[in-house]
Design a protein around this ligand. Structure first.
Ligand code: ZN
Length: 343
């Protein structure tokens, strides 16, 4: 540990503390893992990473094997870039395969996330991006016991914060259904009610938007490869736009939320604001078993649209088994909005 301390050149490292309600773990070990990852992130910057941004993650499986990863940027676009979290998860998976015995299964216990900045430099709280959150949300490799450690460096002393996957993704375990019923109750959260009032949206508008998504789903014959039909409708500047998922190949498809917002922006221009989103679809890829869910809602797409065309107040309408749930995307991805990024 002393070796890391001197290498890390972080003079106030001894002052790092855990927030009061942290999930109980070996604190010295976690601090050590923050330091290791910070050194790797710094090496990434020193090597000339094109984004000039270094983030690293240290992940631990339930077999207590740790693996490091940093962000990889071949270009700046999302196809040839990979975040530190996913990079570390892949590194961990490779280590797992090389060392596995027949009884072990791959599951992430801890993920420690840190930037290349020294521990005494202030910066906003690091929270996994929506592309990384998709991995947490739709995969068998994370569960309710997975803990994410990240540094709050907004105060005088860096504070280690701990999050369970459910705190980043409160709807992690709540699945939608493709069963349609006109008799279902509409369940609206307090925040969504505030948004409805602000955007002058009535319950009948919500039902109308939901029905558009359902009709599009019902008439979708463009998903013969995955057999997973999903449709989306959005209300933007009081206009409705509807899109259905289209399969290209087994792997590649057109995501309907992004298509809806694309249509809206093309028609309405830069002043487009997404008031509400309704999703209707199949949770599962037709050839998957029930444990390997793909999900109806694309967290990745919400990540794309929320920074310009939508905000934390944008309404999200989901078809749950017992009710039609109306919430906000701020409630769906709470940490991303608390993070306070501005563009
Ligand atoms: Zn990411």
């Amino acid at each position: 540990m002393q070796k890391h301390l001197s290498e890390s050149n972080n003079s106030n490292i001894s002052k790092i503390s855990f927030e009061d309600n942290c999930i109980c773990v070996d604190k010295n070990l976690i601090i050590d893992k923050f330091i290791e990852a910070n050194i790797l992130a710094r090496k990434n910057i020193e090597s000339g990473n094109i984004t000039n941004r270094g983030i690293a993650a240290n992940v631990c499986t339930f077999d207590n094997v740790w693996s490091l990863g940093t962000n990889f940027n071949n270009t700046r676009n999302d196809i040839s870039s990979l975040c530190a979290e996913r990079s570390a998860i892949l590194s961990s998976y490779n280590n797992f395969l090389l060392n596995r015995n027949s009884s072990s299964t791959f599951k992430i216990k801890y993920l420690v996330l840190v930037s290349s900045l020294s521990f005494n430099q202030k910066e906003p709280l690091l929270v996994p991006c929506e592309d990384c959150l998709c991995w947490f949300n739709n995969s068998r490799y994370f569960d309710s016991k997975t803990t994410i450690f990240t540094l709050d460096k907004t105060g005088d002393i860096p504070l280690i914060k701990t999050f369970r996957v459910e705190q980043l993704l409160p709807y992690f375990k709540i699945k939608t259904t493709n069963e349609y019923s006109k008799k279902k109750n509409i369940e609206i959260t307090k925040k969504a009610l505030e948004s409805m009032k602000e955007f002058a949206i009535t319950e009948s508008d919500i039902k109308g938007l939901f029905n558009e998504a359902y009709l599009s789903y019902k008439n979708n014959d463009l998903c013969p490869v995955s057999n997973q039909k999903i449709s989306c409708s959005v209300l933007a500047n009081n206009h409705i736009f509807v899109s259905k998922k289209i399969d290209w190949t087994r792997r590649w498809f057109v995501e309907p939320l992004e298509m809806c917002v694309y249509k809206a922006v093309e028609k309405l221009g830069r002043e487009t604001f997404i008031q509400a989103i309704a999703y209707f679809g199949d949770e599962y890829f037709g050839n998957n078993d029930l444990l390997n869910q793909d999900g109806v809602v694309s967290i990745r797409s919400i990540g794309r649209i929320r920074q310009k065309q939508a905000n934390c107040k944008t309404i999200l309408i989901l078809n749950l088994k017992e009710s039609i749930k109306v919430l906000t995307i701020g409630e769906y991805l709470p940490l991303k909005f608390r993070q306070g990024y501005k563009i």
